[in-house]
Design a protein. Structure first.
Length: 134
């Protein structure tokens, strides 16, 4: 492996691990504080009346996808699902982008570089080999 390939693989690994960290925390929220997660779904996705068992099921599905993602398994599907999840999350926050200086809305802009990182990781998934299940 060339030095350039090693740098690329290390960069992709770091992207994978840090995207996992953020999304894992959002997934944990569904188990630790399902009422909060339900309010997020209602406010941003317009899905109301999600009770705790439903949040546990959503969290469980997300957790499986994230575990596949973090170990680099079934990349087309796991990386694609993570990209899809984060794209929906980013785009559903449109109101916060229109009013960036109200409340904590400015923080929502951090979603865009992460979305670009998810897209880059998906596009370069064949090069993401470090600590990856083959």
């Amino acid at each position: 492996m060339t030095r350039q390939e090693n740098k690329l693989q290390m960069s992709l690994l770091l992207i994978r691990l840090t995207v996992f960290l953020v999304m894992f925390m959002w997934t944990l929220d569904k188990f630790i504080n399902p009422e909060h997660a339900a309010r997020v779904y209602e406010k941003f996705y317009f899905i109301a009346d999600l009770d705790n068992p439903v949040m546990y099921v959503i969290g469980s599905v997300e957790l499986v996808v994230l575990l596949l993602f973090v170990v680099g398994y079934m990349k087309k599907y796991s990386y694609g699902a993570v990209l899809f999840f984060h794209a929906i999350s980013t785009l559903s926050s449109f109101k916060q982008y229109v009013n960036p200086f109200e409340g904590a809305n400015l923080l929502f802009f951090a979603a865009w570089p992460m979305l670009a990182a998810c897209l880059a990781l998906f596009m370069l998934r064949h090069s993401d080999k470090k600590l990856s299940v083959r």
